[in-house]
Design a protein around this ligand. Structure first.
Ligand code: FAD
Ligand code: SF4
Length: 502
């Protein structure tokens, strides 16, 4: 027999290594929609629809190129609902001489494949700019790797935004100080987005999800994600032409009713491998209108952060998932599923998530993640919630970002200090506090902002761990200015909030 080539939902790349020796007259592709992947945690309706619609479009692209596909739809009567059993069933059906796959993006799935009676040959994933071996070499040289060092190594390796003599263009590696503007009334009006109206394939998926996943979280209406490479390329071009110039400036801004601002919405197509990171950054760097702070900011996210968190994930799994450095044990507050809270900033960010399966980076980090960390929610539970709710969440990228960067659950591997802040940060970067019943400046009393109360309590509670961290010196200097009675009142009020949240 020929070969059986497995293609998972996050591997929708016609040029993936799985197809390197593909022989159309002999080989067959297996794509599986399995119930287990949509139910091991509850999942946002838009997220399910996004994956299924993208997979079905990819099936048609394979077929159009003469590659035979055995596609198991989610409600096919013979579908056993799990990867393991579906692969075994296809192996019985096709009797392949070899089963081939590119390494999946989830440690749990890799383990499943390894346990098969006839495990597939796993090929390394060429999608990424830094292979797992290269990351291993990098971390031998830098036993405590930090993003900045990794990012500079990647800039040198790719030559992107470099002057040819090993120096960064513009004379600096980082322009973050120019990237902290809030988005206000006098800011420019936002460009409109290209629409990705559902075609017949997507429309059928939407009907199926509405029927079969009626109890899943999130809204399905106004589904508008790009589900093909062609649509993703259009989204990329539009971003480069219309949003990239101000991407850096407003990268950290938050605004009620504006979930997308100048962000690219490219994480989905990148993570499903419809777009390659190199083509995305090359296209950005061809912009004639984007200033250096925008180009550098965007490049850093894609060749820096995105590759860095992947390196950490594969290097440290499975122990990484268990990490809980701050001993946080509370469950996820229930309002994360509904948005029903008086805290405006959280209501907005959760609302964006429920409506769009999307929230931008600062909402994820400095509102959704921050509150969970200050309250003391179990980091893995925050990650599970994140996996449930976001279109772009795959284990390799969600876990280090959520458990690591946003919860400091890894004790300082992804970031060297916790992203701890009070309501004052949110007030500076958004218009939420003006419409909120709480006051970001107050830590005690009826109108105290819960972020602010919990922020001081967090610093106080973890003093031993963080007081010698040079990057937190100012924060502790401010805490030390509080007198004993104020601190006692903060602790009392924080304890009440923690009780109320569970
Ligand atoms: P833009 O703001 O337009 O950024 C451009 C691109 O840079 C993104 O598309 C993405 O590919 C990349 N990028 C930026 N920051 C990161 C980062 N920290 N890690 C990896 N890639 C990055 N991103 C995911 O793709 N999947 C996740 O599951 C995910 N979980 C996150 C969880 C938390 C708690 C936090 C704080 C961040 C998470 N991120 C995740 C990173 C980032 O928030 C999203 O990539 C971004 O918001 C996606 O929207 P965008 O495409 O409009 O991004
Ligand atoms: Fe959020 Fe506090 Fe501002 Fe209200 S006052 S919006 S809770 S930061």
């Amino acid at each position: 027999g020929g070969n059986l080539v497995l293609v998972f939902g996050d591997q929708l790349d016609l040029d993936s290594a799985a197809f390197d020796d593909f022989e159309p007259s002999r080989d067959v592709v297996l794509q599986m929609e399995v119930m287990e992947e949509t139910s091991y945690i509850p999942q946002h309706k838009k997220r399910i629809a996004y994956f299924l619609a993208s997979m079905r479009h990819f099936r048609n692209e394979l077929a159009a190129r003469g590659r035979r596909v055995h596609y198991v739809e989610i409600d096919a009567p013979e579908n056993t609902g799990r990867f393991e059993t579906e692969i075994a069933r296809a192996q019985r059906m096709f009797r392949p001489s070899r089963t081939i796959a590119v390494e999946p993006g989830d440690w749990r799935v890799v383990e499943k494949l390894r346990r098969l009676v006839r495990p597939p040959e796993l090929r390394s994933d060429r999608h990424f700019l830094c292979s797992r071996d290269e990351f291993a070499t990098f971390s031998e040289r830098h036993p405590r790797p930090v993003l900045e060092t990794f990012y500079r190594t990647m800039r040198r390796k790719t030559g992107l935004l470099m002057d040819g003599e090993g120096r960064p263009i513009g004379g600096a590696w980082n322009f973050d100080v120019e990237n902290r503007k809030s988005f206000g009334k006098s800011s420019p009006s936002l460009p409109s987005r290209p629409s990705n109206a559902p075609d017949t394939i997507t429309a059928e998926v939407l009907r199926l999800v509405a029927l079969r996943f009626a109890d899943s979280p999130g809204k399905l209406g106004d589904f508008d994600f790009p589900v093909t490479r062609t649509q993703a390329l259009t989204q990329l071009d539009d971003f480069v032409a219309n949003r990239l110039p101000l991407f850096g400036t407003y990268q950290d801004a938050m605004r009620a009713d504006e979930p997308f601002l100048y962000h690219s919405l490219l994480s989905g197509p990148l993570n499903l491998h419809q777009l390659r990171p190199l083509e995305v950054v090359q296209s950005a760097l061809q912009s004639t209108s984007a200033p250096l702070n925008a180009l550098e900011g965007f490049l850093r996210q894609i060749i820096g952060w995105r590759e860095f968190v992947r390196g950490i994930y594969w290097q440290r799994m499975p122990q990484y998932a268990e990490a809980n450095a701050l001993g946080a044990e509370l469950p996820m507050p229930r309002f994360y599923w509904t948005g029903e809270t008086e805290m405006r900033c959280l209501a907005e960010a959760i609302g964006h998530t429920i409506d769009h399966a999307y929230a931008h980076h600062i909402e994820r980090l400095m509102v959704l993640g921050l509150f969970a960390m200050l309250l003391g929610v179990r980091p893995y539970d925050v990650h599970r919630w994140h996996m449930s709710m976001f279109w772009d969440a795959i284990d390799w990228v969600s876990l280090p970002n959520t458990l690591g960067m946003s919860q400091h659950g890894d004790g300082g591997i992804v970031g060297t200090k916790p992203y701890a802040a009070s309501g004052n940060y949110i007030n500076r970067m958004s218009d939420h506090c003006r419409h909120c019943r709480f006051d970001p400046k107050q830590a005690i009393g009826e109108n105290a902002c819960p972020f602010t109360t919990l922020y001081w309590n967090f610093l106080d509670k973890h003093r031993k761990r963080f007081t010698s961290n040079g990057r937190m010196k100012n924060q502790y200097a401010n805490l030390d200015r509080k007198d004993a009675s104020e601190l006692r009142a903060i602790r009392r009020q924080a304890a009440k909030m923690m009780d109320a949240a569970t």
